[in-house]
Design a protein around this ligand. Structure first.
Ligand code: AMP
Length: 271
């Protein structure tokens, strides 16, 4: 990959990288389109990164459909697909991990120990393999964005981190490769996540500024669904992911599927 990248760079062509774990949907494709607009060359990486999954998480059953992914990327006029092999990414004697402190600690970091270390390590390796000018991440994974921005700055990686908005289903559910796990009743219950964010944003718009009241709105909406089990739901600063702030972040299990979503309540909820 690096040879191709370097030859593009020698020709003065800019490179945009979109890291993904495959099972592509319109959320991923929105990042591909943004990268297409801003760069001469678009590279999409597809790698289900084993080290960002904890024990008992869904690494083995994570959805994989390479044929469909390749078709979608061809249609979107992507220049290169980077498909690293797990054995090449993590040979048995590899012993380095990239640890981001601070912003990676609360919320997802707390619920999924080792997750952001896995993310930071793979992102560092992808950046080293592709040497992109810009890399594209979705606001869907808001804390991941903050972690990657911190990583790129702290290690002087020389990559501009670009963020695309959350793409949602018509009823508000944020697109996720994991949505395919949801049974029909769970899919209906999953609407509670975006509905909670919408209600908190509406309350904020009508003058509610008390973080505890806004958090109670999130909790009440999520609590109204029997199939939804809340992991966390709070309002944090979008830079530090500590309280207080106006980014509403939530994680919940719907049946066996863990979903996350977020919205800046100082802005109107889309749709
Ligand atoms: P994943 O394949 O789940 O690792 O996601 C790859 C990239 O797509 C990440 O930067 C995600 O934040 C982004 N992404 C996933 N779902 C969405 C969505 N619904 N809207 C926008 N970006 C998304």
């Amino acid at each position: 990959m690096l040879e191709a990248s370097r030859s593009w760079r020698r020709e003065g062509r800019s490179i945009g990288l979109v890291p993904t774990m495959g099972a592509l949907h319109a959320g991923h494709m929105s990042l591909v389109h943004l990268a297409r607009l801003e760069n001469d060359i678009v590279v999409v990486s597809l790698f289900v990164n084993p080290i960002q999954f904890g024990p008992g998480e869904d690494f083995e059953r994570y959805p994989r459909d390479l044929k469909r992914d390749v078709h979608m990327l061809r249609e979107a006029k992507v220049d290169a697909l980077y498909l690293p092999e797990p054995e090449a990414m993590y040979p048995p004697d590899a012993s380095t991990r990239v640890h981001v402190g601070g912003v990676a600690d609360p919320l997802e970091g707390k619920s999924r120990p080792g997750h952001f270390e896995g993310v930071a390590t793979v992102v560092t390796k992808l950046f080293a393999a592709v040497e992109p000018d810009r890399a594209y991440f979705g606001q869907k994974d808001a804390q991941q964005v903050a972690v990657v921005e911190r990583l790129a700055r702290d290690l002087d990686l020389g990559v501009e981190v670009r963020v695309g908005p959350i793409v949602r289903e018509p009823d508000g559910l944020a697109l996720s490769s994991r949505n395919v796990y949801l049974r029909p009743a769970e899919r209906r219950a999953a609407r509670a996540l975006s509905a909670a964010l919408r209600e908190a944003a509406a309350a904020y718009a009508s003058g509610q500024r008390d973080p505890e009241r806004l958090e109670a709105i999130l909790a009440a909406r999520l609590g109204s669904e029997r199939l939804v089990e809340v992991d966390y739901a709070g309002l944090v600063d979008p830079g530090t992911f500590h309280k207080p702030g106006h980014l509403a972040v939530l994680a919940a299990r719907v049946g066996k599927t863990r979903l996350i979503d977020n919205h800046d309540v100082s802005k109107p909820f889309p749709g």
